[in-house]
Design a protein around this ligand. Structure first.
Ligand code: BES
Ligand code: MN
Ligand code: ZN
Length: 508
């Protein structure tokens, strides 16, 4: 989508539709909305008076201008109450308006930068939110639809700013918003791809393609032999049931002589459960079991596009989890890269196995990490605990946890901290190995916490956080910021976290 900033008045904008907003609280229509309303001889005012338009976030109304404006249509979006107003309202309002425009076949929308005027938000963040909302809401995945005519798309957005002093800030915000939305789109595309297309090898190719366009971003792909040399017995154990070779993908951005912040993604390109096979019902959703890895790749792309002044390493452990004559089975014992042994109870608890090696590997980087964050569609239990409202956050470090929480609040990609109670560890005591990979019987209490405490065995004393994103990355119904399918969850969260990262020693 082409995105432009124009100096001028919204009532004079040349576009297929102009977009303005209305608060839910009663009051006179001011600013741009007031100007448009006057040009339309009070049509917007009347719609509110009649009770047809309330100004709730997500609400839209369309008016035709009959020559009163240069544009043939006005899209009015609700932005909620003054009390609840913030960037999330702006993002959702822009999303609703853009979606409405795209559904009508409108190609070019001119909008005010919602919130930067009477809303009193800083113009950079407001422009960023408008652009993010617009791009996320109009996302579509139709790579595999043959024959169907491509539906017309909203392909141009103009931010019209009357105050010249805000133009530069909005231009910057629009650039940031576009980079972040592109990262989220990349993550969505990867998750939406069918698993016979998006194999571990194709995931590695996707990572190489991202790096190829970006000189500051490097990528290295470890093959099976190299993983074996490193002793990645847990990752290789998961991979051995599949005829698709696993790939361990290492992305790097920023000053390589500084301790990196390492982000790690679970990249199971399809999770059948392995020998502990999953029920057939809804198994197709397991193509999304690489959503943590997709978020990591998306965030690495954004880190590069925004030139973040921070050393960031992205690690992706990519493999299928398949049943076969070569597959691992319950009672097998695997040895992870850090030397710890794991008795397999369920081959379906495979995410923690691949993360064990990825997090062990992270600690061998030079210089060593200043913090590690993993994202994984790890457990069904996290959906029981938190629903679709937030990802589960587990951490051994309060300041890392706090920074992730803040990033979640600011982006609307929320996280909620859950405990790592020491007694969870007893659940994975093994008679034959250092630990087992799941509780002996399922379902077991605190399944997400038990998964997290397993992963903690592989982080040493490094500051670390684990995000169980299983309930956030794929929606079977459309939502305010996009259609059903992949959400791209984690890209905006990680980007915000990295942009505002506070080194741990320097604070306290
Ligand atoms: N990939 C699944 C978790 C999952 C479930 C993600 C639903 C998205 C939606 C994971 O590998 C898994 O199978 N977890 C098991 C763990 C159990 C065997 C300890 C689960 O949650 O049942
Ligand atoms: Mn599984
Ligand atoms: Zn899985």
């Amino acid at each position: 989508m082409q995105i432009e900033i124009h100096s001028g008045r919204i009532e004079e904008a040349q576009a297929d539709a102009v977009m303005v907003n209305v608060f839910q609280d009663p009051g006179a229509l001011g600013g741009a909305t007031g100007a448009i309303d006057r040009a339309l001889k009070g049509l917007i005012h009347q719609a509110i008076e009649e009770g047809d338009f309330k100004g709730k976030v997500g609400e839209t109304a369309v008016f035709y201008t009959q020559g009163a404006l240069a544009a043939p249509r006005v899209i009015v979006v609700g932005i909620g109450t003054q009390a609840e107003f913030g960037l999330d309202a702006v993002r959702r309002a822009a999303a609703a308006g853009a979606k409405r425009a795209q559904d009508m076949g409108v190609r070019h929308v001119a909008t005010v930068t919602q919130g930067a005027g009477a809303g009193l938000l800083d113009p950079t963040s407001a422009a960023q939110a408008v652009v993010e909302g617009t791009l996320l809401a109009t996302y579509r995945f139709d790579d595999y639809k043959s024959g169907a005519r491509p539906k017309s798309a909203l392909d141009k957005l103009t931010l019209v700013e009357i105050d010249n002093l805000k133009m530069e800030a909005e231009r910057k915000g629009a650039y940031i918003g576009q980079a972040i939305a592109e990262g989220a789109k990349l993550a969505r595309d990867l998750v939406n791809q069918p698993p016979n297309y998006l194999t571990p090898a194709k995931f590695a190719e996707a990572a190489m393609a991202v790096a190829a366009d970006r000189p500051g971003l490097t990528v290295k792909v470890l093959e099976k032999v190299q993983m074996a040399e490193l002793g990645m017995g847990a990752l290789l154990g998961v991979a051995q049931g599949s005829s698709e070779p696993p790939k361990f993908i290492i992305l790097e951005h920023g000053p390589t002589d500084e301790p990196p912040v390492v982000i790690v993604g679970k990249g199971i390109t399809f999770d059948t459960g392995g020998i502990s096979i999953k029920p057939a019902m809804r198994m197709e959703l397991m193509k999304g079991d690489m959503a943590g890895a997709a978020a990591v790749l998306g965030a690495m792309q954004v880190a590069s596009d925004l030139n973040l002044p921070l050393h960031v390493v992205g690690l992706i452990a990519a493999t299928e989890n398949m049943p076969s004559g070569n597959a691992i089975k319950p009672a097998d014992v695997l040895k992870a890269m850090n030397g710890k042994t794991i008795e397999i109870i369920s081959t379906d608890a495979e995410g923690r196995l691949v993360l064990a090696d990825a997090l062990s590997y992270a600690q061998t980087l030079t210089p060593p990490p200043q913090a590690m964050v993993d994202l994984a569609t790890l457990t069904g239990a996290i959906f029981v605990a938190l629903g679709r409202s937030a990802a589960g956050l587990f951490s051994n470090n309060d300041r890392v946890a706090e920074q992730l929480f803040q990033a979640g609040e600011e982006t609307g990609e929320r996280v909620w901290r859950l405990p790592l109670f020491p007694e969870y560890r007893e659940v994975i005591d093994s008679d034959v190995a250092d630990m087992r990979n799941s509780a002996a019987t399922q379902p077991a209490p605190a399944g997400a916490g038990v998964g997290a405490i397993f992963i903690q065995e592989f982080v040493g004393n490094f500051p670390w956080a684990h995000l169980d994103v299983a309930s956030m990355t794929y929606h079977t119904a459309s939502h305010p910021l996009g259609p059903k399918g992949a959400t791209g969850y984690g890209v905006r969260l990680l980007t915000q976290f990295l942009r505002h990262w506070q080194p741990l020693e320097e604070k306290d």
